[in-house]
Design a protein around this ligand. Sequence first.
Ligand SMILES: [Ca+2]
Length: 254
Amino acid sequence: MRIGTFMKASLTVAALAFGTAMTSSSVQAQNLLGNPSFETPSAAAGDVSNAPGAPWAGFNQGTLRFTTASQAHTGTQSVKTFGPFDGIGGGVGANQVVPVVPGVSYSGSIFARQITGDVLAGLNFGAYQLQYLTAASAPIGASPFESTHFTSSSGTDTWVQLSVNAGVAPANAAFIRAQFVQVQLGDGNGNQVGGAIYWDDASAAALGVSNDGFPSRFWACTEDEVIAMPNASAATVSDAFMNVPIRINPSERD
Ligand SMILES: [Ca+2]
């Protein structure tokens, strides 16, 4: 009874607090990725292979992925991939893994560009992928969530944003892996072909607003204030405060 009265008294404050919270969270979701603009390692003195720098982990040959100051969406450089040439179906790129909170939705994007004189040939393509992982780093789901493919027909000398929505992090998710990859599919007759992709401004972020336009978050209340806990699970809130998860639904906001 005491808690019920307490919650009701707090709702007015909560409703007022939503205005500010929604503005900040929906306009600019926090990018969870490190080195998202591929500004390290510095390519000011020339291209640097075996890139991008940490916390990205590159895969396939280091000479097929490097930072370059010749193209940039933001900042002064991007990462360039080409090939790979180790077989049809091979891929070159990089990924990084960041923590997630089950029950929260995540999405991300990256910008890709190809330039005149080195356009992707044949069936080769690039893609941006997100995949949830368990605490033991096991992939959840048979395949990653994937953006539309960046191909020879995706435009030339222009940055194209590739977006991917991973949906709600399942209960057994501990991490999400963000990955960009250039795939060698060849000319369709088994021959490997060329072309390169520049990548910049990768992101992975929690969606701060739910489908009904209201923050899908738990709030902790004290007698004097309402505290937004953007990354809190129900358990976190209840453990930290009054052992009762408080979720404010749209119908309750008045
Ligand atoms: Ca950049």
